[in-house]
Design a protein around this ligand. Structure first.
Ligand SMILES: C[S@@+](CC[C@H](N)C(=O)[O-])C[C@H]1O[C@@H](n2cnc3c(N)ncnc32)[C@H](O)[C@@H]1O
Length: 523
């Protein structure tokens, strides 16, 4: 009888998961590209009318950190689903704490997308979903976008891409075949992954011709060993894993009536860090935007695309474009002292001109919101022109040093809700270090805040003004978990060393990060 129950349970499990990894939860990542607010400057830069803000949807939200942060910090209405009930429960618990207008369910795509009570959306986002699901689920999502994305609405989508994964695909195939046929069923996914990686090592040592023809696989497998096994499980060990050409995605999305607008990864806008001059010239000869993207993917051996599509794109005139860009508001989110005037792309690293970037950063160094026009006026005495300001801000946003800022109405609407969400995350830092950001009503998205900093903020919220007290409270949490700090690769063993290090970090936090977090209304 017992055996019968367990067999039934397994059948039930495989019914709702459709071969998707479900026996361990996903990581607690935050994905800024899902923030509709972030799409605006990308659209303006590409010369298109930016999308409206209002009602949004995230499909397959994972642990739901992004959807919760966006719902709280933008004050807008969000819907979302993820068929993993543990993940949906966590996401719902965050929403219940903040009181955000977030409607989060554990429905599968086929159920959620066919609901008759859903509104039309200003944006639909799916991060890390498209190339990890079946053809059937992709068709359901395309139909959902066709019916439910408003005219003018934006689609954010990311997926594993060809040709970047072409050489690795057979290796992934072999590892999942090993995991399903050569390991015991009840081993658990994490052990199965360990065994598959060990088998891959053995295979490599046998020097197969396949590895000789594709040597980069060895390097890739080494990188896997450094990654969170939860991430590896969801990334590579599902039944479905279908990296795609951009042109295939374009064909599939065609019936949803959306058109490609631009990358959602701001550093992609900067050719000099991604392409050689010869490659840039070749691309400039191609007028078909979609074919151009396919050729570019070959040039950089693209593995992962993050992109914005729109239903009914509307081109701006040059005058409208300049006018809207001038009014766009941004805010500095890192101290100037921590900003490296370097940026990396596919073609290597480029130095950013101190003569241009320093005056721009100085203008923003009070951490107040400024419009691009205000910045441009402030730095004109240094002979920095408007285009240079825009180009620099795009790079600074791409590197995560600057963020777009919301309108005052949205900021006011989201102040209280964000505070409640952040409090819940800070309370969680007392027993877990898996969430590494907090929400900002200024940006409508998340700002990186590590666990120690969260513990310090928790103490501040509890009325402790002195960094030494923050350090002591953080240490008592870490000590109760038998954790030790690691400094320059060395574990600090004694209580004094740990406390001293935490005190240094607390003092530093008080001087450099806290004023910024206050300006961003995170603290
Ligand atoms: C790779 S994870 C990405 C999660 C999240 N978007 C992120 O990036 O953090 C894919 C997610 O899709 C969910 N998922 C997979 N198939 C699904 C389906 N048929 N219906 C609903 N959710 C599904 C999984 O539970 C998982 O949380």
């Amino acid at each position: 009888m017992l055996q019968l129950i367990s067999i039934r349970y397994k059948l039930f499990m495989s019914n709702w998961t459709s071969g998707y990894v479900a026996d361990i939860g996903y990581t607690y990542g935050y994905y800024k590209e899902l923030n509709p607010q972030r799409a605006s400057l990308a659209f303006l830069n590409a010369g298109y009318v930016p999308p409206s803000l209002g009602t949004h949807c995230e499909l397959g939200f994972g642990q739901g950190l992004s959807v919760n942060i966006h719902a709280a910090a933008s004050g807008s209405i969000w819907y979302g689903n993820d068929f993993n009930p543990s993940q949906a429960a966590f996401a719902q618990s965050l929403a219940a704490s903040s009181g955000a207008d977030a409607h989060l369910t554990d429905e599968a795509f086929k159920d959620f997308c066919n609901r008759t009570d859903l509104p039309e959306f200003d944006s639909i986002g799916l991060h890390g979903i498209w190339s990890w699901i079946s053809d059937e689920n992709r068709a359901i999502i395309v139909d959902f976008i066709r019916r439910k994305l408003k005219v003018g609405g934006v689609l954010y989508i990311s997926y594993n891409t060809l040709p970047g994964w072409a050489s690795f695909a057979p290796m992934r195939h072999l590892m999942t075949a090993y995991s399903s046929s050569q390991t015991a069923n009840d081993l658990g996914i994490l052990n199965k992954i360990q065994n598959s990686l060990a088998f891959a090592d053995k295979l490599i040592q046998s020097q197969p011709q396949f590895i000789k023809s594709n040597p980069s696989i060895v390097f890739k497998l080494e990188k896997f060993k450094e990654q969170n096994p939860r991430y590896l499980a969801h990334e590579f060990f599902n039944k479905d894993w279908h990296p795609m050409y951009f042109s295939t995605v374009a064909e599939q999305l065609n019936s949803a009536k959306v058109e490609f607008v631009c990358s959602a990864h701001y550093l992609d806008f900067v050719d000099v860090i991604n392409l050689t001059p010869v490659q840039s010239n070749l691309l400039n000869e191609i007028s078909d935007l979609n074919f151009r993207e396919s050729v570019r993917d070959f040039m950089i051996n693209q593995q992962f695309r993050r992109e914005y599509w729109v239903k009914g794109p509307q081109k701006l005139t040059k005058f409208q474009q300049l006018n809207l860009i001038s009014k766009h508001r941004v805010v500095l989110t890192s101290p100037k002292s921590e900003i490296e005037l370097k940026v990396s792309g596919n073609a290597g690293q480029a130095n950013l001109s101190d003569a241009i970037y320093s005056p721009i950063l100085d203008t923003l160094s009070d951490f107040e919101i400024a419009s691009i026009e205000q910045i441009s006026i402030a730095v004109s005495k240094f002979e920095i022109n408007f285009d240079q300001v825009v180009q620099s801000l795009i790079i600074l946003i791409g590197a995560g040093y600057v963020h777009s800022a919301q309108d005052e109405t949205e900021i006011q609407k989201s102040l209280e809700i964000t505070k409640k969400l952040n409090l819940k995350i800070l309370q969680r830092s007392l027993f877990s270090g898996d969430i590494l950001c907090l929400a900002s009503p200024i940006t409508g998205g998340a700002i990186p805040v590590n666990r120690f900093q969260q513990l310090f903020l928790f103490s501040i919220n509890n009325g402790k003004p002195d960094p030494s007290e923050w350090a002591r409270a953080a240490w008592s949490t870490l000590k109760s978990e038998k954790q030790r700090l690691v400094k320059e690769g060395i574990t600090l063993e004694s209580e004094d060393d740990n406390l001293n290090e935490l005190e240094i970090q607390a003092q530093n936090f008080a001087i450099t990060r806290l004023p910024i977090l206050k300006a961003l209304k995170v603290a």
